[in-house]
Design a protein around this ligand. Structure first.
Ligand code: MLT
Length: 267
């Protein structure tokens, strides 16, 4: 999957833009693309630089580069503004996007976000992961599926989800994974940027997320005026794949609350 686009020609409908996490691709949003599409909400879901089918040969893919790619994609589809929904690395890209192009954001949905920048230990660890991806391929990254990524219920009762996650990790190009790791290693500390965000914001956390905890989400919530956080039970880091019905309901409720505002703001 590269860029998924659905379009109902409803120019006054809000447009959703879905930004995936690492080391995944736009296919992680399958249930949300179908759900929003069925409700007449146009969706764009790109593979970010170096991931999925978006091949990239450079050594570093920064969050800033990815945000500018996203802006170019919106231009290509003649979309002025969108509701930006990111998951984990997708949240870093969303933070960059709203900083660089605030007038193009109708609202933010931040799934498993973290605002703080990397310290020296994190930078070293990311460089090591980048090196391992290049030397060993992506197999080593599978370990985190059972240790950190997915909730207990997903691991024991949802083999299809586990299989999809494994397949996404293994299909990731190691060069792209290394470039994204190095990009995340040099990302900004977004904590102060959050104080300037002025759009409706929803944070979604997985109760059992071992990568980005609900406390990370709470840190973000406190810094964005008016933001709300919803914690999904029996979900880990990939909460949208693990509990798609609950996740989609939360998504639809939020979009409904901001829809009127968004329609009014459109020409
Ligand atoms: C992700 O899911 O995008 C990653 O956990 C982000 C990160 O490594 O910080």
């Amino acid at each position: 999957m590269t860029t998924v686009q659905t379009n109902h020609g409803h120019v006054r409908e809000p447009q959703a833009l879905l930004l995936h996490g690492f080391p995944f691709n736009a296919a992680m949003w399958r249930e949300q693309i179908d759900f929003l599409d069925a409700r007449g909400v146009p969706v764009l879901a790109p593979d970010l630089r170096g991931l999925g089918e978006n091949r990239f040969d450079g050594e570093v893919a920064t969050m800033d580069d990815m945000a500018r790619d996203v802006a170019a994609l919106l231009d290509e589809f003649a979309v002025d503004r969108a509701i930006i929904c990111g998951l984990s690395m997708g949240c870093y890209v969303a933070f960059e996007f709203v900083r660089l192009f605030p007038s193009r954001v109708d609202a933010l949905i931040l799934c498993g976000p973290r605002a703080q920048g990397p310290d020296a230990a994190e930078r070293r660890s990311r460089e090591e992961q980048a090196r391992r991806a290049l030397v060993e391929g992506m197999d080593f990254a599978l370990e985190s599926i059972s240790t950190k990524l997915l909730a207990e219920q997903t691991l024991t009762q949802k083999p299809d989800v586990v299989k999809r996650v494994r397949e996404m990790v293994l299909s990731t190009d190691p060069r792209g994974a290394a470039a994204a790791q190095r990009g995340m290693a040099v990302r900004r500390d977004y904590a102060d940027d959050l104080l300037h965000i002025e759009v409706p914001t929803l944070i979604i956390a997985g109760r059992e997320d071992g990568v980005r905890t609900p406390e990370d989400g709470e840190f973000v919530r406190r810094r964005i005026r008016g933001a709300k956080q919803v914690v999904i039970e029996y979900a880990g880091h990939l909460m949208n794949m693990e509990q798609p019905e609950v996740f989609n309901r939360v998504l639809a409720d939020f979009i409904r609350t901001i829809k009127h505002e968004v329609s009014q703001a459109r020409p």
